[in-house]
Design a protein around this ligand. Structure first.
Ligand SMILES: [Zn+2]
Length: 508
């Protein structure tokens, strides 16, 4: 009995991997500027059996017939989660394409009669030093979004909720997420509320100072547009030159005793090319053998941070054990890979690392670290508020028409920046990706603590640390949930406690 079933499941795995390879190669080619646009529809068409009814039925059987806690159950959970996501993605693709087309063409009408391309607005807002001009542009953007983009997004979110609930895995969207992701989303929501309470007085202390120094404004008038401008202050960019970026990051990984390109499996695409995306990204085309790290070096703080983040992903994918089954290499809890990416990008908040690999001066370093602590607290408070709001959005107890006010109240309350009603459906990470980031944030702080315990404060240049990271973390793919890994490696549960401690350290 068991044999034909397991042969059929292996077919699901083989087809799944072929499908994901094609998707990943398409993203790589289009985002790297090797072809003008991603053509995903033909790939979905070619691989329709990979995520078809038969595949879902086999995966559902595996999930339902296996004992919770067993490896079969783990595989069933991963496969069903991915298949549901792919099927929803396929069904919602026309809506998504409509939004992408809108975003590419939309123009914001300005008060002076001019036009601002929608896609460029956030960059212009960040770079506009005059507060009135900046807020006027954001108000014009919000009017256009409310009239045109927000209704499209709302439709996509409500359709997605219907598709997931229709699958009948659990009674509600939230319960389905818990069952398939292995996370308690309501538990995480409660931890977020606690984090906001625990850091409220710290936030009240630092916000006025940074607003005054960065933008010359007070908390009473601060808006989300001001927050965007504040986080882009280029004050320290000269400490992060473009020509040193790749060289210094490779040097650090080498000093740690690991290969900066995983012995050739990570391919650095660093050439200048028209149509290449401005931000670094990572595309695992074959895991672990062919992983692209695409960079277009501009230099500056954000660029270094993005490169480190994407390098964490790339080294993870390229070091995954070839013998692992498809689901442990390609699927699973993305809090794991985001945790490794954040472990790398948080070196931008590490005094010793900054002194060794960047050109920040000794006099700038203390001010830079304080500002990094402020930025970390702002982003964490924003993400906690987003998750609290998104649980209400998917929870179904608040009507769609009441959500914009709830969004403004929640995000404004947590950050002190006044948010816009128009963004209630636009500023949403679908399927609780914000929960993956929050768990990753928690995981990286535990991993960093463990690395300091094992390999000292400067673990990032200890030649024993790299091999340990490769073997004990990267090689295992995403078989574990973030919580399981925290228990195995740090003997602790995930929580916000180590993050609060780290932020306090930066802000003092
Ligand atoms: Zn990431």
């Amino acid at each position: 009995m068991a044999a034909p079933e397991s042969a059929a499941l292996d077919t699901v795995r083989t087809r799944g991997e072929a499908f994901l390879r094609d998707v990943s190669r398409e993203y790589y080619s289009s985002h790297a500027g090797l072809k003008p646009a991603a053509e995903l529809q033909p790939i979905y068409e070619k691989h329709r059996e990979a995520y078809g009814d038969e595949s879902l039925e086999l995966a559902m059987n595996l999930l339902k017939s296996s004992t919770p806690g067993s490896e079969e159950h783990r595989s069933g959970r991963m496969l069903v989660e991915w298949l549901l996501e792919s099927r929803a993605g396929r069904e919602l693709a026309p809506l998504e394409e409509r939004e992408i087309a809108w975003e590419g063409a939309a123009m914001i009408p300005l008060a002076d009669g001019g036009l601002e391309p929608y896609r460029r607005a956030s960059i212009t807002i960040a770079n506009t030093r005059d507060a009135r001009e900046r807020r006027a542009l954001d108000d014009a953007r919000a009017r256009l979004v409310a009239a045109e983009l927000a209704p499209m997004r709302q439709e996509r979110l409500s359709r997605e909720k219907e598709i997931i609930e229709r699958a009948g895995i659990a009674p509600s969207y939230l319960d389905t997420f818990d069952a398939l992701a292995g996370i308690s989303i309501r538990g995480l929501r409660d931890d977020c509320k606690q984090f906001l309470r625990d850091t409220q007085s710290m936030w009240d202390d630092v916000l006025p100072e940074f607003l005054k120094h960065g933008l010359g404004i007070t908390p009473a008038e601060a808006t989300r547009a001001d927050a965007v401008a504040l986080m882009r202050v280029p004050e320290f960019d000269s400490g992060f030159p473009s020509e040193a970026m790749e060289r210094e990051v490779r040097r650090q990984v080498t000093e740690m005793g690991a290969s900066p390109d995983a012995n050739g499996r990570v391919r650095y695409d660093t050439g200048e090319r028209e149509g290449k995306r401005a931000r670094a990204f990572c595309a695992p085309v074959t895991i672990p053998d062919e992983v692209y790290l695409v960079i277009r070096p501009h230099g500056g703080q954000n660029d270094w941070q993005t490169l480190l983040h994407e390098l964490g992903h790339a080294l993870h994918f390229a070091n995954i054990d070839t013998q692992l089954p498809f689901e442990h290499r390609w699927l699973g809890d993305n809090s794991i890979t985001e945790g490794y990416a954040m472990l790398f990008d948080h070196r931008m908040k590490d005094r010793g690392w900054l002194s060794r690999y960047t050109e920040l001066s000794k006099t700038d370093l203390p001010r830079y670290l304080r500002s990094a602590g402020f930025e970390e607290l702002q982003f964490l408070r924003r993400y906690c508020a987003k998750l609290i709001y998104e649980v209400e959005l998917y929870g179904g107890n608040v009507s769609w028409s009441a959500l914009p006010d709830l969004y403004v109240e929640t995000l404004t309350g947590a950050t002190g920046f006044k948010y816009q009603r128009s963004d209630a459906f636009v500023d949403v990470d679908p399927r609780f990706y914000s929960a993956r980031y929050l768990r990753a944030w928690q995981l990286q702080s535990l991993l960093a603590e463990t690395l300091v315990d094992r390999f000292n404060d400067d673990w990032w240049r200890n030649p024993h640390a790299g091999p340990w990271i490769v073997q004990e973390l990267f090689a295992r793919g995403q078989r574990e949930l973030a919580e399981e890994q925290a228990q195995r490696v740090a003997k602790k549960s995930l929580s916000f406690a180590p993050l609060v401690k780290a932020i306090e350290g930066l802000l003092t």
